[in-house]
Design a protein around this ligand. Structure first.
Ligand SMILES: Cc1cc2nc3c(=O)[nH]c(=O)nc-3n(C[C@H](O)[C@H](O)[C@H](O)COP(=O)(O)OP(=O)(O)OC[C@H]3O[C@@H](n4cnc5c(N)ncnc54)[C@H](O)[C@@H]3O)c2cc1C
Length: 347
């Protein structure tokens, strides 16, 4: 067993889940976070979806990842006496040619795996949604990211685990002690981290709208048809998301807003009003796989990053792997290990 102090840099999905796992195992934790400045997690819709992407991908690891989410978020809701984790019915319209092809190919397998609660050939929500494609319904979950992060943050602050300032890489030696391990969870800002900036990040900006629909009969399920419309309660809905690889400035843009507004206007047959517009940058590694573990030349410096579009789903299970590694010395699954980039980091 280790008796280290763990310094976590960043309190997004990665740093928050890791801090809880370490605290749950009785470890000493200090978190540095610069007030969620440009945090992707704060902007995120927090959706956990079993079937994703243009090719309707379903990962064999989903069940394990989702079980870890259920256990982790439910236990935390109890501890913090705050509700932020909700089951979510997802209605998917197979709109694009790739989705239609994937649906034809994979629907039997999805049925056998018990992923579908229903399928449809005619639009089940034609009063509100203008889309005539066939599709299916599945069940996932959603994390209200702001509520989860803010409730965790309040706890960390009240228990003296949180230092609300920027971690200064130049002063690294003033944070280092014989027993300290520093775990960087800075999201896309890892591109400024002197030890990990050479990892092959291909980050993507995303923009979201929050809208109000003044119709009580609008479906309280997530509608996914080119864009998603996620019910938040009180007639509010999150709508997203854009993908942009060239402009990686964190602020929302008129272009992003106009793209979402146009798609929404074509999709909905009811009036809506935009009440918020947000943006964030997804931290994505070239092989689209998270990256965990210690720097090859500096074993006291570690990374937990690359959660891409799945921070809510990945963070509970993968933070356990980081914990098992730092506390018990258990090897990290090679698929996720930073060791796959050892040559890049030591070059
Ligand atoms: C528009 C959009 C929609 C998304 N929707 C979903 C979704 O529906 N479901 C889902 O699972 N994922 C979604 N994602 C992806 C998800 O947001 C990311 O996977 C996740 O936020 C990554 O978390 P993180 O903790 O690695 O990074 P971040 O959330 O960016 O957290 C990093 C934290 O570190 C802090 N920080 C950085 N550097 C320093 C420093 N030097 N000192 C102190 N603090 C520092 C930052 O302020 C920030 O608080 C979405 C992303 C976007 C942009």
């Amino acid at each position: 067993m280790s008796s280290s102090t763990y310094i976590i840099v960043g309190q997004g999905f990665a740093g928050t889940a890791l801090a809880w796992q370490l605290l749950n195992r009785g470890q000493s934790v200090q978190i540095y976070d610069d007030h969620h400045r440009d945090s992707s997690s704060v902007a995120s819709a927090g959706i956990i979806n079993p079937i994703t992407g243009l090719r309707l991908n379903h990962s064999g690891e989903y069940i394990q990842l989702k079980s870890a989410c259920d256990a982790f978020y439910h236990a935390l809701e109890k501890k913090l006496k705050t509700k932020f984790y909700h089951p979510l019915n997802i209605v998917k319209y197979c709109t694009r040619p790739e989705e239609k092809q994937a649906w034809d190919k994979k629907q039997c397998a999805f049925k056998e795996a018990g992923l579908l609660t229903s399928t449809f050939k005619a639009n089940p929500y034609d009063k509100h949604i203008a889309n005539e494609n066939a599709g299916f319904e599945t069940v996932g979950a959603s994390v209200n990211a702001r509520t989860y992060l803010n409730a965790s943050r309040a706890y960390f602050k009240n228990h003296a685990h949180l230092i609300e300032e920027s971690f200064d890489y130049v002063k690294i030696n003033s944070y280092r002690t014989e027993t300290a391990k520093i775990i960087f969870c800075e999201g896309f800002k890892a591109q400024h981290n002197p030890w990990f900036k050479h990892l092959p990040f291909i980050n993507a900006k995303g923009e979201l709208l929050t809208i109000k629909i003044n119709t009580d009969s609008f479906p309280q399920k997530m509608i996914n048809a080119g864009i998603f419309v996620l019910p938040l309660g009180n007639n509010l809905y999150k709508v997203g998301a854009t993908y942009e690889w060239d402009d990686l400035t964190p602020a929302p843009t008129e272009t992003g807003k106009s793209e979402l507004w146009t798609k929404l206007r074509d999709l909905l047959t009811v009036d809506f009003k935009i009440v918020e517009h947000a943006a964030g940058i997804r931290p994505i590694i070239k092989d689209q796989t998270p990256v965990l573990g210690a720097h090859p030349d500096n074993p006291d410096l570690l990374i937990f990053n690359g959660l891409a579009s799945k921070g809510a789903l990945y963070s509970p299970l993968l933070s356990t792997m980081v914990c098992d590694y730092v506390i018990e010395g258990k090897a990290i699954d090679e698929k996720y290990s930073v060791r796959r980039f050892s040559r890049t980091l030591t070059a």
